[in-house]
Design a protein around this ligand. Sequence first.
Ligand code: GLC
Ligand code: GLC
Length: 814
Amino acid sequence: MKYGYFDDNALEYVITTPKTPLPWINYLGNKEFFSLISNTCGGYTFYKDAKLLRLTRYRYNNVPYDNNGKYFYIKDNTDSVVWNPGWQPVKTTLDSYECRHGLGYSTFTSTKNNVEAKVLTFVPMDDNCEVSQITITNNKDKEADLSLFSYVEWCLWNADDDMKNFQRNLSTGEVEITDGGSTIYHKTEYRERRNHYAIYSVNAPVDGFDTSRDAFLGAYNGPDSPDVVSDGKCTNSVASGWSPIASQQINLKLKAGESKTFIFVLAYVENPEDDKWEAPNVINKKPAISLLSRYKTEEAVEKALTELKNYWKDLLSNYHISSKNEKVDRMVNIWNQYQCMVTFNMSRSASYYESGIGRGMGFRDSCQDLLGFVHLIPDRARQRIIDIASTQFQDGSAYHQYQPLTKKGNSDIGSGFNDDPLWLIAGTSAYVRETGDLSILKEMVPFDNDMSVAKTLMGHLKCSFDFTATHKGPHGLPLIGRADWNDCLNLNCFSEHPGESFQTFGPSEGPVAESVFIAGMFVKYGEEYAQLCELLGDQAEADRARDEIKKVYEAAITAGWDGEWFVRAYDAYSHKVGSKECEEGQIYIEPQGFCVLAGIGVKEGLAEKALKSVEERLDTKYGVMILQPAYTKYHVELGEVSSYPPGYKENAGIFCHNNPWVSIAETVLGHGDRAFEIYKKTCPAYIEDISDVHCTEPYVYSQMVAGRDAKFFGQGKNSWLTGTAAWTFVNISQYILGVYPTHKGLSIDPCVPADFGDFEITRKYRNAVYNISVKQNGAQKGIKKLIVNGKEVAGNVIPYEDGVKEYNVVAEMG
Ligand code: GLC
Ligand code: GLC
């Protein structure tokens, strides 16, 4: 069952009922000012950091789940009917409802009793604000007597403290009000250590305002039944402590057929430290006034929206496909790339399932997010690489997370996740292959933010490489530390009591537990490191690296091989994890996908076997499960992985992130049919029809889909912020469709199902445009002829030549 449809021409998903199985959200903002907005107008806003600079309050764990957004209430004063354009929070049955989530904007069009409200919400390209334009139209045949009320609840900036420290917070709230209430300033803590405030303003005179939540709602009500709206009259309250809000009232009499439009702006403003005040305890409002002046008219809003839309059109044109497969085109051209931008911006910080106060930017997460983003805005990826590398330690290990505002490593979680260092090589290599910019490798980058011990980025990559090379266990496989990619495989923690972290408890530096997955990474990214060495002319280092890789490769195909598939790991007692010898958890997906995509066991015939085993033991109609059989009891020597009920999360869920690894692995073996089958199973556009089972948004990936052992098999959870976005984009764009950036130029080597058909791709790469036409000839893999600008080229790579602006490419498969 569906709850909407794709409108590909408009680049939108159209939701036709507010009662979706879960809130279906969108992200507004591309740079530093962000909002989450659901299909019922729930959500919240922050500047740069969802924990430290939260503008509006949101209650996770609330009932109903999706509540406390930025709401408009429309009241018909003749019959007292009150409704919201997004249905919540009043939940008056609407006569019609439509929500369109577009790229960086959302619209809501609803009607009740012949009154129509159309709300457009977006964050403009170059201002730290969210613009909400509401147009109310009277479609009755007589005059309508209406009141419009706005409502936002301020968060007292630090979202973590805001929901805990009530003894203080209930006394700190402060506001200022100007223009009779049209503009409300939230200035809590501005008098002390802050130099920033927030504004909520409307471009029209108002008939009243409120800034005290209790005055607006009434002490016993929620946002579903505010006293002020029932009474039809704001109280002009001035908040002092308790919970400050911003609400404006506009009364409007509309003639039959008449429309009126209002523009509301929610903004963040910073003042220089020495220019904070215009009078004692009166904030300097100059920058606010100037920002607001840019969004006073419908023309200005229209212009800002057009800029945003053009920005996206331009970005998406960096990779565009036209094929016979509408759903592939839709995901590749629109939604998958969009989600890559969102994950790049957010890492795992703020979604409807990540509270914004827990994790900041993840080292491994952000490095992987970059893989799907780097072709969009390489310069931002470049900066991100430097930021991430700056949180690395001198021995190559790294803080597992850092805070986006301070860019400092998070010492609560610390380091010891032994896959982290290698992801830095992955991200850097992707950037250099995309741009050809070798200068990044020579940038001086601090360790743990300490410039006095800086090395070049290439020096950092050497530390990454050497960390793995020098941290090996009894079988010559890399030591796992606290965990590798699978955060829940905690082989050195032995967490026995509630409250002990699974990941950071116990002797994390265990000298025995080893990871076959990291071995796969070392072979893959070690080779990418060697190639970077060669680019810089250091053949000796490249040779040394390849010698080290050989050792780990050997260990992977001997100690890492179980007979029919790759072992997952060795635990702290040197027992196998993910082996036929185990009672539960006999086979894990990660080493099968990653070892094969790294090329391990291909010539020995092990790769074929490993993928066959995946197909036989892990595959389901909704995707490939992470392990089987599920753990039915808690294994203290394995940790969190066995803590989940069977079928959920890392315990035999379909963890979408590593499905593309298996699909890529299939392309390495030339199995186009199978690679694409795996791609389709978790692909949002292909499972839109089962939205009632899947539950999460049909336009983006979720972290997890419940596995076969779970009660709710097929149900998605934790949508949006997942490495799945980047990895599926890498899979479909670089491996299945086969346009892969190498250091020498784009390589064209698709691996598609036999019935895929011909297709055309436009790819912007370095300073040129590539128009690539692939003639499939029914082949799953293999290029028999490559013609570039009229001339046949040997091999698969289109040699990149400086100065050539356009490459017309015909690739014949067969
Ligand atoms: C989550 C984490 C990611 C980890 C994965 C598997 O998605 O963000 O870092 O690799 O879970 O445990
Ligand atoms: C929990 C989650 C896992 C996530 C980790 C992040 O272990 O189950 O998915 O990666 O937390 O810290």
